[in-house]
Design a protein around this ligand. Structure first.
Ligand SMILES: CCCCCCCC/C=C\CCCCCCCC(=O)SCCNC(=O)CCNC(=O)[C@H](O)C(C)(C)COP(=O)(O)OP(=O)(O)OC[C@H]1O[C@@H](n2cnc3c(N)ncnc32)[C@H](O)[C@@H]1OP(=O)(O)O
Length: 179
């Protein structure tokens, strides 16, 4: 297991968005999931995602891909606790129970191990409360990357806009100078 980074936000801290246009957590994204995540003890995060009408797959039910995106985002927020940028390499999801529209999905994510640049993690999504019935389970492999991963591959106008955003730039730089 890797250590909790010295710079990791204290347990109970709301993690906020890593990028305001992110589909998973960005407050400016018009159709995004707006996942709300809070740092837990050790290498854990608690997050909530509310299923809305535009997230439907079957009538009145969340689309599986949307639920997977919420799990991906919750697992991605573990980056804050390790204080390193990492991207999803592999993500496996078990859909255990259907999740109706208007439901709050309570997600608990945790790091389960690390080997070189590979970060292993897992999460459970419950409905009806944080300790309610299990609806979705996920296991992931994230790979640590340098900030150049984003600046090299991202669409240039979006990278420029992100770099012009002082808050985001400072957050990204903090990752870079304190790996
Ligand atoms: C100034 C502006 C900047 C703004 C930035 C703001 C800060 C941002 C901070 C935080 C952002 C967090 C964002 C979270 C968002 C939610 C999470 C997502 O949805 S992320 C999107 C989806 N994922 C991808 O798009 C990855 C696409 N894939 C790749 O880019 C590459 O394949 C990558 C980086 C994952 C790996 O490529 P390689 O060349 O670096 O490394 P190799 O050698 O291939 O892999 C390293 C190890 O990992 C294993 N590995 C890689 N992929 C695997 C896989 N699919 N399954 C199993 N093992 C795998 C390999 O076997 C290798 O293992 P061995 O070290 O040899 O033991």
């Amino acid at each position: 297991m890797p250590p909790r980074a010295e710079q990791a936000p204290a347990p109970g801290t709301r993690l906020g968005s890593h990028y305001d246009q992110c589909f998973g957590c960005g407050p400016q994204h018009p159709q995004g999931l707006r996942l709300d995540a809070v740092a837990g003890e050790g290498l854990t995060v608690d997050a909530e995602f509310t299923v809305e009408a535009h997230h439907q797959g079957g009538p009145g039910l969340a689309h599986g891909g949307i639920l997977t995106a919420a799990m991906d985002e919750a697992l991605g927020t573990l980056n804050w606790l390790l204080h390193t940028p990492a991207v999803t390499g592999r993500l496996e999801t078990d859909f255990v129970r259907p999740v109706p529209v208007d439901t709050v999905l309570h997600i608990r994510a945790r790091v389960t191990g690390m080997h070189g640049r590979k970060i292993y993690s897992a999460a459970e999504g419950r409905i009806g409360g944080p300790d309610g019935p299990l609806a979705i389970r996920a296991q992931a492999l994230f790979i640590q990357v340098k900030l150049e991963h984003f600046t090299t591959h991202g669409r240039p106008e979006d990278i420029k806009k992100a770099m012009d955003d002082r808050d985001l730039f400072e957050r990204a730089r903090a990752f870079e100078v304190n790996p």
